[in-house]
Design a protein around this ligand. Structure first.
Ligand SMILES: [Zn+2]
Length: 219
């Protein structure tokens, strides 16, 4: 099995966290741009792991070896698990970014689902709370109120849970992006640059616009 690729990022706090959750995101830009952002101290953002379209796994904030430091991926967020209201999920979660220009319109790859199964299989062994399927959250579930809409409509949660937690019922993880906005985003994709720096610039702006529209729709 291929090794994961370590990346040196300044965007995390050195304190270990008590891992209770795994939070899934999409990047809105390609792998190279994602790693550029996650290693830029001015951006103040980094998830623990990044899963590229080919299934390669990059570690930007330590977590793989069994001690997770506090990554900056969830931001202002909260989650009620039926028992406890959790605030500031960076204190309680490992973040996984899946490379995709927009998870509300573009499918994730087979290699990414296989890589996620590997990630979950490994992390379950390190962090006991992750043995429960309920511990896997979407960024939109915990920060949808401020417009976060990832990993989005195209993330196949039933497939993910079947691969990662075949022994448990699959929790419901509903997308937050309104269908009309999703349809409008699909129209935008018809005129988008296919790849390279113009595609990154385009989709990063679309992501901002998506967040703005979703936040307004949540009011
Ligand atoms: Zn996110």
């Amino acid at each position: 099995m291929t090794a994961i690729h370590p990346i040196v990022s300044p965007n995390f706090d050195p304190q270990p966290i008590d891992v209770r959750f795994l939070v899934l995101h999409y990047t809105a830009v390609d792998l190279a741009r994602t790693l550029e952002i996650f290693t830029d101290p001015a951006r103040k953002v980094a998830a623990h792991l990044v899963v590229d379209v080919d299934g390669a796994i990059y570690e930007c904030v330590p977590c793989w070896a069994g001690v997770a430091l506090r990554g900056w991926h969830a931001g202002v967020s909260h989650w009620h698990d039926g028992l406890t209201r959790w605030e500031a999920l960076n204190d309680w979660s490992i973040g996984v970014e899946i490379v995709n220009f927009n998870g509300n319109i573009f499918p994730f790859t087979d290699a990414q689902y296989r890589a996620l199964a590997r990630v979950v299989g490994h992390l379950r062994g390190q962090y006991p709370a992750l043995a429960q399927a309920e511990a896997v959250l979407s960024h939109e579930q915990i920060a949808g109120f401020r417009g976060k809409a990832d990993p989005g409509w195209c993330f196949d949660w039933p497939r993910f849970f079947t691969m990662c937690y075949p022994d448990q019922p699959a929790p419901v993880r509903a997308p937050i992006c309104p269908p009309a906005l999703r349809a409008a985003l699909a129209r935008l994709s018809e005129v988008a640059p296919a790849n390279g720096s113009r595609a990154n610039a385009f989709w990063e702006r679309v992501s901002l616009l998506t967040e703005t529209a979703v936040a307004l729709a949540q009011r």
